[in-house]
Design a protein around this ligand. Structure first.
Ligand SMILES: Nc1ncnc2c1ncn2[C@@H]1O[C@H](COP(=O)(O)OP(=O)(O)OP(=O)(O)O)[C@@H](O)[C@H]1O
Ligand SMILES: [Mg+2]
Length: 434
């Protein structure tokens, strides 16, 4: 059997992978720098190369390039704990065989190698290299890397994409990324918030209207689909569209023709449609609130963005990204402490990335340093502002927390400010487990 090349600078991980591969009967050359990798590659042809991405001055993308130059049929498996859409894209363009986010189960790696072995003879040629721009999307959790992979596959096509996820998870950002990585990138990207447009106006908003079509239409009105011709339209909050209008939308998706309200004929437009929703459309279909045929038409490609609390490893990356951004914007030098990162990771983030972004902005403006205390204080003020309806008990607890924070934890002073007796406060605190 041919030898495999393993490039991994983390000695412990290199050892783990090496041992697992040798146990499976593979012969492996293991190196820990890109220099050594290049040397090996110039002397030997490897059918399979496994490489970390961030190694030293060189990266796994250089290894990928060198391996493919040596042998276009070589299967390269890249692994990284810091995946970005740009690295996934560059790796995809470079003809990577598999891209694995760390941490991973060894079986996943072994499975990729087995598939590479079965397939490597059929591998295709090498692609051109690309410069890596700064990333627009932060997050290297396995869930996000899966999204990057789907985005990279779907972007060059005109396929309709449905993006699902809670509020603030980055649905619009993903839609923009698909647009930016597509051949339509230089053309318009037009988001439409279907939920905020009155149902009676949605038709003319999307399809346009001719003068006199309805009262107040004193001139022709160009609809979104026409304005975005050759570009991309994001139909945001698609779950809010009225059942009857869903049919008009389905017809449009099938024929790519628009007929402005009041017009006698239709015209063709070339737009790609991406839809987003924070509702469970599948369930709406089951409950017959959303047309099943439209649902099937929309979900050619389906992307679900997990809530932030289910990918907590992205929180430090996002926090660092935003603290740098706002420090620069407000010429501040607020430091992010370990205890602050931990407190941020422990929080549940009902408003997801948007909420984290707002909190970091507020902290940069108000705090001297982001430690656990600062995070806790920011959370209490935020929750009290952002919870639209809360129970009386919740409101009371919030008020107690705020006053305690304001008095620096002094309970006698807090009780005095709250106008209750100290022992009442103690009882309440006990109930609140504080
Ligand atoms: N992975 C990410 N990296 C960097 N910024 C992000 C990321 N995800 C979201 N954001 C930022 O968070 C904010 C909210 O994102 P976005 O508007 O895309 O969310 P959304 O899912 O469309 O939310 P909603 O359902 O409320 O419309 C934006 O400022 C966006 O730039
Ligand atoms: Mg949105």
């Amino acid at each position: 059997m041919h030898k495999l090349l393993l490039v991994e600078d983390d000695a412990a991980l290199q050892f783990t992978i090496l041992t697992a591969l040798e146990e499976k009967g593979y012969a492996v050359d293991a190196v820990s720098t890109t220099g050594e990798a290049m040397e090996r590659l110039s002397d030997n042809a490897y059918p399979i190369v496994i490489s970390d991405i961030y190694i030293d001055e060189g990266t796994g993308l250089d290894v990928l390039k060198a391996a493919k130059r040596k042998d276009p049929q070589c299967s390269v498996i890249l692994m990284t704990g810091r995946g970005t859409v740009e690295t996934v894209m560059a790796a995809t363009r470079g003809g990577v065989f598999e891209y694995i986010a760390k941490p991973f189960e060894l079986d996943l790696m072994l499975d990729a190698i087995e598939r590479a072995e079965a397939q490597w003879k059929d591998q295709e040629d090498e692609a051109e290299d690309e410069e890596l721009p700064e990333s627009q999307m932060i997050g290297s959790s396995p869930g996000m890397v899966e999204i990057y992979k789907t985005v990279c596959k779907a972007a060059p096509t005109d396929a309709t994409v449905i993006i699902e996820g809670e509020t603030g998870t980055g649905k619009e950002l993903v839609a923009r990324m698909i647009h930016n990585l597509s051949r339509r990138a230089s053309q318009p990207f037009v988001p439409v918030d279907c939920g905020s447009i009155a149902p009676s106006l949605l038709e003319s908003e999307l399809f346009g209207a001719v003068r006199g079509a309805y009262t107040g239409a004193d001139r022709d009105r160009v609809g979104v689909f026409e304005a975005a011709n050759r570009g991309t339209v994001l139909l945001d909050e698609i779950g809010e569209i009225e059942f009857n209008f869903q049919l008009a939308l389905l017809r449009f998706l099938q024929g790519h023709e628009i007929r402005p309200v009041g017009a006698s004929r239709s015209k063709e437009v070339d737009v790609r449609v991406i839809a987003a929703t924070n509702r469970d459309l599948q369930r709406m279909v089951d409950e017959e609130k959303f047309r099943e045929d439209l649902w099937w038409r929309l979900n050619t490609v389906r992307i679900f963005i997990p809530p932030l609390r289910e990918r907590r490893s992205d929180i430090p990356l996002l926090a660092r990204f935003y603290i740098n951004k706002y420090n620069a914007r407000y010429t501040r030098e607020v430091k992010l402490m370990d205890s602050g990162v931990k407190a941020l990771q422990d929080y549940t983030w009902p408003g997801n990335v948007r909420q984290l972004q707002h909190m970091m902005e507020r902290l940069v403006i108000l705090a001297d340093r982001v430690d656990s205390d600062a995070v806790f204080r920011a959370q209490t003020t935020m929750e009290s502002k952002e919870k639209p309806v809360e129970t009386l008990a919740d409101a009371e607890e919030d008020q107690i927390r705020r006053v305690l924070a304001a008095t620096g934890g002094n309970k006698s002073k807090a009780a005095q400010l709250l106008g209750i007796e100290r022992k009442t406060l103690y009882r309440k605190l006990e109930r609140m487990k504080l």
